[in-house]
Design a binder for this molecule. Structure first.
Ligand SMILES: NC(=O)c1ccc[n+]([C@@H]2O[C@H](COP(=O)([O-])OP(=O)(O)OC[C@H]3O[C@@H](n4cnc5c(N)ncnc54)[C@H](OP(=O)(O)O)[C@@H]3O)[C@@H](O)[C@H]2O)c1
Length: 291
């Protein structure tokens, strides 16, 4: 499950043309059938255990996935853990590493550190050599961010994250911000960025409109970008899958990055899973299972 499933259910996330209108953006299981030549070219065959990114249709016992969006289940992971990977791993790789070009040694500020996206971003950025500051809405969630490897966690309900980032970085700021709030956060995030810093917006939970100091964008030579993964073409997602397979899947197999599962629900209790996600009480991923 991912937050976009909730947005789709509530009519706030239109299904892209050609995609299934059944919710569900990621799956794991066994390949039942497929184009043998295409699978062979990707090193896959019927019977292999895979997880896959899909543009819809994941809430089902059977699901069609493009070959290029299938990845082998990393060694040591069960299907529940594997099913929790694709959506957040593809999104974080595409935005933090491709678009925002986070480098080893740089500092990343992650808004929503205990979201499904956040727990992936913290671990991936740390494993690839960045310093991580995460925000979250409670002290318990901040503790979870630290346990996942974040260098610092800021409770944004009790601390001003702009001041906290300045304190934590000796007034320097961060190189990249991963933002899932937007709205009034944008102006404050621009304050947090160093020269040549990059802000990447992946959601607008705080509103679509932002007023900010454009002069600061010029003076600091900032880049403001963003993206949505779901409507992108298969070739684009296939390229991300290849990067993940080379750079990140070995880290999962070595246990350097771990799936974070908050709760598993049978598919018949999908409504309860949505209610939990809407409460924001979860830390990490919620997963639905089909018998
Ligand atoms: N662009 C893309 O391609 C793409 C792909 C996947 C997901 N997304 C988006 O990314 C976001 C995370 O997705 P997810 O599946 O990981 O969802 P999730 O687990 O439900 O996480 C949502 C998080 O947002 C945080 N949050 C809500 N309001 C906030 C605020 N005002 N300030 C700071 N944090 C706030 C909540 O944490 P607190 O309790 O700490 O506030 C919660 O952890 C969603 O908005 C989703 O739509 C975008």
């Amino acid at each position: 499950m991912n937050r976009p499933d909730v947005l789709q259910r509530t009519g706030n996330y239109p299904v892209p043309p050609g995609a299934s209108d059944i919710p569900g953006l990621e799956v794991a299981g066994v390949i039942a059938s497929g184009d043998a030549a295409a699978m062979a070219a990707a090193g896959l065959k019927v019977g292999d255990r895979v997880c896959a990114l899909v543009a819809g249709g994941g809430y089902a016992q059977w699901c069609v996935a493009p070959v290029g969006q299938c990845l082998p289940v990393p060694d040591g992971l069960d299907d529940i853990a594997a099913a929790s990977l694709p959506e957040t791993f593809f999104t974080v790789w595409s935005n933090v590493f491709d678009r925002a070009r986070l480098q080893a040694g740089e500092t990343l500020l992650i808004q929503g550190g205990t979201s499904g996206i956040g727990v992936t971003a913290i671990q991936m950025a740390k494993a690839l050599g960045a310093r991580v500051i995460a925000t979250a809405g409670s002290d318990d969630k901040c503790a979870a961010c630290l346990a996942l490897g974040a260098d610092h966690a800021i409770n944004y309900k009790t601390q001003d994250f702009v001041t906290a980032v300045a304190d934590l970085t000796g007034g320097q700021g961060v190189n990249v911000v991963l933002d899932m709030v937007a709205g009034a956060y944008v102006a404050r995030e621009i304050e947090c960025l160093v020269e040549d810093g990059r802000l990447v917006i992946i959601a607008v939970q705080g509103g679509v409109k932002a007023e900010f100091n454009a002069g600061m964008v010029l003076r600091k030579r900032l880049t403001i970008t963003g993206s949505t993964l779901r409507p992108r073409p298969i070739a684009f997602k296939t390229a991300i899958a290849q990067s993940l397979r080379e750079r990140v899947w070995p880290l999962l197999a070595q246990g350097l990055i771990k799936p974070v599962i908050h709760q598993v629900f049978p598919a018949s209790e999908a409504a309860a899973a949505h209610t939990l996600m809407e409460s924001n009480r979860h830390i990490g991923k919620l997963v639905l299972t089909w018998a």
